[in-house]
Design a protein around this ligand. Structure first.
Ligand code: SF4
Ligand code: SF4
Length: 96
């Protein structure tokens, strides 16, 4: 059997409108599109740190007497509320 060499792939033959490719970095943060936000009941919090441990975007910050959420970065996934053993975190709807 005879082997045929393949032509080199020419990227310039790909049409520009085949798939849009992001070329400009978006300044948007999760806080701009989140639909739910966590609210902590400080009276219930026992500072176990599980919300801090499980938050997938690491936006939970320890404060002297409780934990706080960076709402610019929080994506509203609700993992913290799910994992809190004290049920100290509620997810409420964003308004506006
Ligand atoms: S998981 Fe709940 S009890 Fe634990 S630190 Fe977070 S808010 Fe407080
Ligand atoms: S809702 Fe999700 S992203 Fe926001 S603080 Fe809780 S775990 Fe982190």
């Amino acid at each position: 059997m005879q082997r045929r060499s393949r032509d080199h792939f020419d990227a310039s033959t790909i049409p520009d409108d085949l798939a849009p490719i992001a070329t400009v970095l978006s300044q948007m943060l999760p806080g701009d599109w989140r639909s739910l936000r966590p609210v902590i009941d400080r009276r219930k919090c026992v500072q176990c740190g599980l919300c801090w441990l499980y938050c997938p975007v690491q936006c939970v910050t320890p404060k002297p007497r409780w934990f706080e959420f960076d709402l610019k970065v929080c994506k509203g996934c609700g993992v913290c509320a799910q994992e809190c053993p004290q049920r100290a975190i509620r997810m409420i709807e964003e308004v506006g």
